[in-house]
Design a protein around this ligand. Sequence first.
Ligand SMILES: [Zn+2]
Length: 359
Amino acid sequence: MSNLDRVKINCIIKAKNFFRSFSLKKGKEKRKKKKGKEKMKINNINIYNNYNKTFQANPASQAVKNLSERDKNIIKKYMTGLSYRLKMTGEELNYFHHIRTRKRLEKEAYQYIAKKLDIPKEILPPLVQVTGDNRADYSYAYLDNVIQANSKLQTPKNEIFSSMRHEFQHFMQICNMLRTEGLADEVQTYLTSASINDRKEFIANLIKSSNYKMLNPEESPNAAWLNSLCDALQNQDAGAFDERFKPMEESIKQMWLQMKEASTKHWGVIKQNSGEARNNRVLFEDLKKYKQNGDIIDWAINKVEKDASLAEDFTYNEYNQINQGCYIRNEKRIRDALEKDKFFQNLQKIARERQKSNT
Ligand SMILES: [Zn+2]
């Protein structure tokens, strides 16, 4: 991808932020003029209820036929987004808005969201501080079940809470896949072997980059084990490496078994053939396609990412007290603007081709 393309993508992201700030201002105005707010809310609720009623009661009804595919998708997104809200009280919002430092806000947001999503303690992903990732301040390392935070935060204060919600959504996606009937075992097997390979690769790279340096057992509790792996690597003995890796492999297996069992026990089984199960299958297929070093198009078309971004958007609105009802209108406006954009059309073409070649 050329630099120019990157600039254009930035413009699109900026456009989205512009609409965000637009609705932020609007939201403030509307709070003053209560009547106008009420009216708009009613309009959006009408669209929503109408969709809900007609679509679910009678899918072939004229009203739904008249909606374009695009509008149906926007409304579906809206409904899903609503279910991702945390339902914060005014008091809670007030509390968070008065937290002074960003790191403290980060820590409290982490604790609050974990509690709100009702995550069992034994599988709660720890919040770990890392250095040197300039791509994003937060990420969910799903193969380790860890939320990583950049120790030098760049994220503005009003985005920290929603960014944290984004990472937790990735965690929830994994849990939901692991408790879906007819999918769970496949997901567990996949995550186990992907984690084992990932950890092997990580350790091998570590040893190679240290130039096969032997560790002092007095300095590191894992020295004996790491040295035995170092030996095997230096002798190019893959069999010995795998053999010595076995204890680690066992603990990884246990970790995924626990993730599956704890989330199923806590939140219940997702029935096969339900809409949720179908959705989780789609997410799983996209998760497998995820490339660590993929470009922005891979990122933009990935449904796992889209779903987490939706949770983030709705939490952002909630946290910054923006009327969620504007969502459908804003989405439409953004779509309208994008669809006229030549670059966006090209992007869509590339995305479609990529999706085709990936399946
Ligand atoms: Zn993400």
